[in-house]
Design a binder for this molecule. Structure first.
Ligand code: B12
Length: 501
């Protein structure tokens, strides 16, 4: 949806900022808009009037936005966009569509400049700018870039002077650098109570996010983390991280999740963070779903347990050497086996995350990964299988798919989810293999489970019951109960959600 010319006028000194967090996705559970809160807090500290409109639990989000525009008459509007789609090849949902409607409503209510930011914008800035017609996009580090935009526009400056922004001018996409700023450690834990309806998040089983670092140095062929957060790791001092966790606990939060791109690399930093947390004994129930198997050993798991971790997600992706090499993981199947052996020495609940159907995948490599999940993992652990890989612009996977003639979509069309599936793997065969595996092993799930319509209700119900978190560790028990109602979460309906390349 193209819009009018995006030239933005410096109107007057910008004083009042409205930030709209667009995300309303409640599967697998609602996620707390951490980035938007960090940005809001940084602006308040610089003296701006800030209102954060979180659409997550609004009954009528469009009306809520119209009312907020009337009530706050903002001088600039920030739009936080977290998700483009649900990364789910079987049951695809296209969340980016909400963004153009939101920008349309903003345009009706105000002539203030509209600035896009958020995780999705770091992944596809050009497509989202073109699709929404917003004036500017912040590529990363909103807490430092958004204040600079405001200062520059208030002074009548030009957007080409601002680092880490992108815009469309005369139909052309302009991107101004991809530098990174120093992390502001006093913003690790914003005042969530101030910005959000925390009760609603808690009853939806959402965790409170926290970062111990930003950036990802790895070269996984499909991944955008290094693009959106930068390739070098910027570390928060371990003391500050532990202090922030203690503050959150003092504020009444217990379930705190590290949302670093990878938690346990650099290894020494993860160790130091956990050591400080173990010293503090603040009573947090910690979680990280981004553990790299290569850097997992007994000392780290031991200190994670003492720090208060209640669960981890190991992003193994495969147990096959060729597939791991083609995915650019930087480790091989022996590291995955080793991680499983180490985990067996501990009691920490673990979800293993696999990615089936990438470059180099064949029927026998899939058989090896499924065998590993069935025979090597502890039965109490959960195995989760992604099917196909979402192709993002700027990744090596995009190049692979184009070179092999499997990907034609360009520009805006990349917003529509497009997935890679190895030509050696038949989609229907893979679905059937997984259907058999997940129906026999109640601790195993595939992507279909993430779009299960009962998930939000399960989250709400579980929150009322004295159930130990994380909820996923009860996957087998929950599925047994669901089966009593003649339904299931692990098997999937025949057929695919949408075309793959
Ligand atoms: C951790 C994580 C999860 C955790 C979240 C746990 C939690 N409690 O929050 C879990 C595993 C639950 C999860 C689930 C999903 N996730 Co996820 N997740 C991430 C991850 C790794 C980090 C997100 C994060 O919190 N970062 C830290 C914060 C501080 O960063 P941020 O939000 O980007 O904010 C910064 C900037 O973006 C900017 N900014 C933010 N808001 C604003 C607003 C304005 C106005 C401005 C100017 C700037 C700005 O400034 C902030 C501070 O610098 C990202 C990848 C990544 N590295 O970004 C994927 C990512 C966000 N997830 C993604 C997806 C797809 C999903 C799921 C849909 C997957 C699924 N199939 O279910 C679900 C959706 C859940 C939901 N309800 O929305 C995609 C989204 C893009 C896309 N493809 O659509 C990402 C980018 C990964 C990817 N490349 O595919 N996720």
């Amino acid at each position: 949806m193209a819009r009018r010319s995006p030239a933005i006028r410096a109107r007057k000194a910008i004083m009042d900022v409205l930030i709209v967090s667009v995300n309303r996705v409640n599967q697998p559970m609602a996620t707390t808009p951490y980035g938007a809160c960090i940005v809001a807090e940084s602006l308040v500290r610089k003296g701006y009037g800030v209102h954060l409109l979180d659409l997550m639990f609004e009954r009528d989000p469009h009306r809520a936005l119209t009312l907020a525009l009337e009530r706050y008459s903002p001088d600039i509007v920030g739009v936080a966009v977290r998700n483009i789609d649900n990364n789910n090849m079987q049951h695809t949902a296209e969340y980016y569509r909400d963004v153009s409607r939101i920008v349309e409503i903003i345009r009706k209510g105000t002539s203030a400049p509209v600035v896009l930011g958020g995780a999705a914008v770091g992944v596809m800035p050009e497509a989202l700018l073109r699709y929404s017609g917003a004036d500017l996009a912040v590529l990363r580090d909103g807490e430092s870039v958004f204040p600079r935009i405001i200062e520059s526009l208030s002074d009548g400056g030009s957007r080409s002077d601002i680092q880490n922004v992108a815009w469309i001018e005369n139909g052309r996409f302009h991107e101004n650098g991809d530098t990174t700023s120093a992390l502001e450690s006093d913003l690790i834990a914003p005042d969530f109570h101030r910005w959000l309806n925390i009760k609603a998040y808690q009853s939806a089983m959402a965790t409170i996010p926290i970062q111990s670092k930003r950036g990802c140095p790895f070269d996984c062929v499909y991944c955008t983390y290094g693009i959106s957060e930068g390739k070098s790791c910027r570390l928060h001092p371990p003391d500050e991280v532990a202090e922030a966790v203690s503050r959150l606990v003092a504020d009444g939060f217990r379930d705190i999740e590290f949302v670093d791109s990878v938690f346990n690399a650099p290894y020494d930093h993860a160790m130091a963070v956990c050591e400080r947390l173990a010293q503090k004994r603040c009573g947090a129930r910690l979680l990280s779903m981004e553990i790299n198997p290569r850097f997992l050993d007994d000392p780290l798991l031991a200190i994670m347990e003492r720090a208060g971790f209640a669960g981890i997600g190991v992003t193994a992706e495969s147990a096959d050497d060729t597939v791991l090499a083609r995915l650019g993981k930087g480790y091989d199947a022996s590291h995955v086996q080793q991680a499983a052996a180490v985990i067996k020495n501990h009691s920490l609940p673990c979800m293993w995350i696999f990615m089936l159907g990438g470059p180099g995948e064949t029927r026998s490599s899939i058989a090896r990964t499924l065998h590993f999940a069935k025979r090597v993992l502890r039965p109490k652990d959960v195995a989760f299988f992604n099917i196909g890989i979402r192709i993002y612009p700027g990744t090596v996977l995009e190049r692979i798919a184009r070179e092999s003639g499997q990907l034609q979509a360009v520009g805006l069309d990349m917003l529509k989810p497009v997935f890679y599936l190895s030509p050696e793997v038949d989609f229907e065969w893979l679905l059937e293999e997984l259907r058999q595996t997940t129906s026999m092993h109640l601790n195993m799930l595939d992507t279909a489970a993430l779009s299960h319509p009962w998930l939000p209700a399960i989250n709400r119900l579980a929150n009322r019951l004295p159930i130990r978190r994380p909820l996923w560790k009860h996957t087998a028990r929950i599925r047994k109960i669901i089966r009593l109602f003649g339904k299931d979460m692990g098997t999937m309906p025949k057929g695919r959600g949408r075309e793959h390349v």
